[in-house]
Design a protein around this ligand. Structure first.
Ligand SMILES: *Cc1c(COP(=O)(O)O)cnc(C)c1O
Length: 362
């Protein structure tokens, strides 16, 4: 069969999202022959020693990249980040306990809804009134809370926690859209979860990092598959794990490591975000949609001063091979997702389209 080589476009979609080109290449090869087994990664046994090695390396890379010590367990589960909205409170929140949540967007709101089924939920702060254009600050965190739930990066609205609150209450954090994008102080966290398809790999696997002392404090019955202990005991292979998404996530984590780790990612992400926000602020046709101090370095949201031009600009992006720059339907305007794997060249191409647009229409 002939292979048609098409030019790879710059993928600005929020998720499933861009993966490093070298990762896609290795993943492609593994679908034909994995680890010299003469079988595809898609057809090998999850009990094979070759796949056990993938599981081991994936967990140790996650630990190494984030600087986790042996107090943490690393799991690769299914059901998406959305399943963690209920699995986290089911496993961590006693029915008499209180979980605190900060409502910073669509995903936080969904997490709050699920947690309410398991115990007391206190929403400490919310920016819903302003359509989530900023991150709440200076709210009081009750010291007896079981945990504080945060969404580190708000994929839909384009805001991000620049830092995390100083508190002794363990933070449970949805890091789906900024995991491995910057160094974090892991000691603040009791649980971290992330759907792979934003910054780590393809859809189908969810990274869950749990601090051991968070567990075994609830007395409710937990179905076997929903109990973190089950997956800890079985090394994330109690049932058939999603081998391919885990393998591609492992390749991406290797890529992060080879490229200098999360600190180097942070420096690159900062540079890319500055490049784009500078253009949004300087270009008379565009404006940012969030408060400046809370701007996300992963999902850059912006709009046009004249909304009638949005269609034309979107077409110009597409013509320049910048795809997926549309804003989420609840926000409108544009959103450029510039995760770890987005090269600076991609952001520069988008910036050039914006400059060019201003020159032609100014
Ligand atoms: C995409 C996303 C989710 C949902 O992830 P699924 O894996 O589709 O369940 C949750 N939280 C955040 C912050 C996200 O960006």
């Amino acid at each position: 069969m002939d292979t048609v080589i098409t030019k790879k476009k710059f993928n600005f979609f929020a998720g499933p999202a861009i993966l490093p080109a070298s990762v896609l290449k290795q993943a492609t090869a593994a679908t034909e022959d994995f680890a010299g087994m003469g079988l595809s990664i898609l057809e090998i046994s999850h009990r094979s020693k070759q796949f056990a090695a993938v599981m081991d390396e994936s967990a140790s890379l996650a630990k190494e990249l984030l600087g986790l010590d042996d107090n943490f367990e690393v799991l690769f589960l299914t059901g998406g980040a959305s399943s963690q909205f209920y699995m986290a409170p089911m496993n961590l929140l006693p029915s008499t306990g209180t979980a605190c949540y900060v409502d910073t967007g669509t995903w936080s709101a969904k997490a709050i809804k699920e947690a309410s089924m398991f115990g007391n939920v206190k929403v400490l702060a919310s920016t819903k009134e302003s359509n989530y254009t900023s991150i709440p600050k200076n709210y009081e965190i009750p010291s007896d809370a079981t945990y504080l739930h945060l969404t580190s990066n708000n994929t839909v609205f384009g805001t991000q926690h620049e830092s995390f609150p100083e508190t002794n209450v363990p933070i449970v954090c949805d890091m789906s859209s900024d995991i491995f994008s910057r160094p974090i102080d892991v000691n603040k966290f009791g649980l971290i979860y992330a759907g792979a398809q934003k910054n780590m790999g393809p859809a189908g696997v969810t990274l869950v990092i749990v601090r051991k002392d968070m567990l075994n404090k609830v007395d409710r019955a937990i179905p076997t598959m929903l109990d973190y202990n089950t997956h800890i005991k079985k090394g994330s292979a109690f049932n058939t794990p999603p081998a391919f998404p885990i393998y591609v996530s492992m390749l991406t984590m290797r890529w992060v490591k080879e490229n200098g780790g999360v600190a180097a990612m942070a420096a690159k992400n900062e540079e890319k975000a500055q490049l784009l926000y500078n253009e949004i602020d300087a270009n008379p046709f565009f404006k940012g949609t969030t408060s400046v101090e809370d701007r996300s370095k992963m999902n850059v949201t912006f709009a046009m001063n004249d909304p009638k031009l949005e269609e034309v600009f979107f077409e110009a992006c597409t013509a320049a091979d910048c795809v997926g720059v549309k804003g989420h339907r609840s926000v409108g305007g544009f959103r450029a997702s510039i995760y770890n794997a987005m090269p600076k060249e991609g952001v520069q191409t988008l910036v050039d389209v914006m400059k060019d647009f201003a020159n032609k229409n100014g």
